[in-house]
Design a protein around this ligand. Sequence first.
Ligand code: SF4
Length: 328
Amino acid sequence: MAKKGRVFSGARPTGRQHLGNYLGAIQNYVALQDDYDCVYCIVDVHALTTVETTQDLRQNTFEMTLDWLAAGIRPEETILFVQSHVPQVMELHAYLSMVTQFGKLTDLPTFKEKVRQQPDNVNYGLLGYPVLMAAGIVLYKSDIVPVGIDQAPHLEFTRELVRSFNHRYNTKVLIEPQAKHTEILKVLGLDGKEKMGKSLNNHIEIASTPEETTKRVREMVTDPARQRKTDAGNPDICNVFTMHKIFSAQEEVDMINVECRRAGIGCVDCKLRYAANLNKNLAPFRAKRAELAANPNYIQDILHDGGNRARAIAEQTMIEVREAIQLP
Ligand code: SF4
């Protein structure tokens, strides 16, 4: 069946993926493959803007690739590659930077946020981040970019940049990508307050063992009003219940919804039920991951092949870009 166009998306090499990554992004990546030609990039160059040391970059890239593949990314059809393996992106970044107004970059909320987060390391890469991101998207002549609400300004920035470039050089060589607005599920961490993330250590890695998973689930914060088993609870404000709704059968969800409110089920029991369902759900993923992990050369081959296919598209775009600029 003919696909509807090309999707591009990138993510930083953050190593083993957690439940928030899985529900918020990876499952969407997998589903998009049915309708689109997908280009998925592990953006290691972007990561350099914030990492303090690069010693984990390779291992993190490997672990993340394992998770993506085990979750259902199909490398025979999808191009899965590492950003730094396609140097053409740096070249396009340079050309796009010539049509980027400095004030636009300093005004972006993400830049201001980074300045707040790392005031001692406000490097040029942070400022130029959206330009490199735009270069990555348009290099592959992507039609569609899946975006959550917080990334929408960056995609709009990319679209403006494409218009500026095409106008400046009187060309149509670069394509304005369209946003595919996706409801990115916000998964809360074990604290039940903040978004799940490694930096807060409130996460559950999807590749954890069932025992580790259960241990982490037991740490989850529940309805704070439930001090004792005999206190009635409110599942509507409990993150364990939210997760039950994703991973447990409807019958069990309905039962907890009733029993929690009349103190008919304890939080420990409720959490153990969730852990069991989560482990059962992730079992095929974990089996596949273990199989892939036993063959690291295969993972390297996939990234190598993805890099080759990505470079072929990228170089063709750059031939057209250089021609449009009329570089000697
Ligand atoms: Fe949350 Fe379950 Fe405890 Fe109710 S019984 S407060 S839903 S963990």
